[in-house]
Design a protein around this ligand. Structure first.
Ligand SMILES: C[S@@+](CC[C@H](N)C(=O)[O-])C[C@H]1O[C@@H](n2cnc3c(N)ncnc32)[C@H](O)[C@@H]1O
Length: 229
């Protein structure tokens, strides 16, 4: 791991409390920023009818709804998130759309996934790996590897440290240091982290969020080939 990646100074308990507080406003706050990157990630992952999918850090459920539609009534979606506040909002939305039956939510830590080895066809995660502390990112990705089938896919959407540190990045990092509870995601080496964790990269996209790089990386757990093979 690159030693210059900002460390996370708050505890998991503080992260949980912070997201519990934010949960009621989260959709409002994130609507203009995160939506199109999540959509691009879902498009890249291409969850299929009948698949079993896990979302790590599902937040208020924006991607869960789309994943539940994509896998259909023969598929299953699971989600893990540390905040019961975020989970409550996600659960309400799933019920409202009549999708709650095919989605199982769990409140817990991404570093300890409560699922058996090789359980999932794919894993999706957006704007969550980038708020995990640097030494723990490989542990979270190792857990994702463990719960994926051989040939299973992972799509990570995350703030990225690719490219030069321009004025937007300097301003963002300043805000991140001043208000780490609110501006909590920080840029990380997304593709490199997945490669170091043993994933074969099958697709990638670099986007910009107000001048800040966002990487969308689709990887495959080696074994069988990932997509339709
Ligand atoms: C920035 S939000 C992103 C939510 C959603 N993925 C999205 O893109 O809208 C990060 C989410 O990760 C959750 N989270 C933070 N640390 C976590 C951890 N260690 N394990 C599981 N979830 C975590 C938070 O509760 C929050 O819901």
């Amino acid at each position: 791991m690159d030693p210059e990646i900002e460390r996370v100074t708050r505890s998991k308990e503080q992260a949980r409390t912070s997201y519990n507080r934010l949960s009621r406003f989260y959709d409002l706050l994130s609507a203009v920023s995160e939506r199109k990157y999540i959509e691009a990630g879902l498009e890249m992952l291409r969850a299929k009818e009948g698949e079993r999918v896990l979302e790590v850090g599902f937040g208020t459920g924006r991607a869960l709804l789309a994943l539940a539609e994509a896998v259909g009534s023969s598929g299953e979606v699971y989600g893990i998130d540390i905040s019961e506040g975020m989970s409550g909002i996600a659960q309400r939305k799933l019920r409202k759309k009549g999708l709650a039956e095919r989605v199982e939510l769990y409140i817990g830590d991404a570093a300890r996934l409560p699922y058996q080895d090789g359980f999932f066809d794919c894993v999706f995660t957006s704007f969550t790996i980038d708020l995990i502390d640097t030494p723990e990112i490989p542990a979270v990705l190792a857990e994702c590897t463990r719960v994926l089938k051989d040939g299973g896919r992972i799509c990570v959407v995350s703030m990225s440290n690719r490219g030069p540190v321009g004025i937007s990045m300097k301003a963002y990092l300043w805000a991140h240091r001043k208000l780490p509870a609110l501006v909590d995601c920080r840029p990380i080496p997304v593709r490199g982290s997945l490669e170091e964790s043993g994933f074969d990269i099958i697709d990638k996209k670099l986007m910009s969020m107000w001048g800040l790089p966002v990487e969308i990386i689709n990887g495959v757990k080696p074994g069988l080939s990932g997509r339709d093979l």
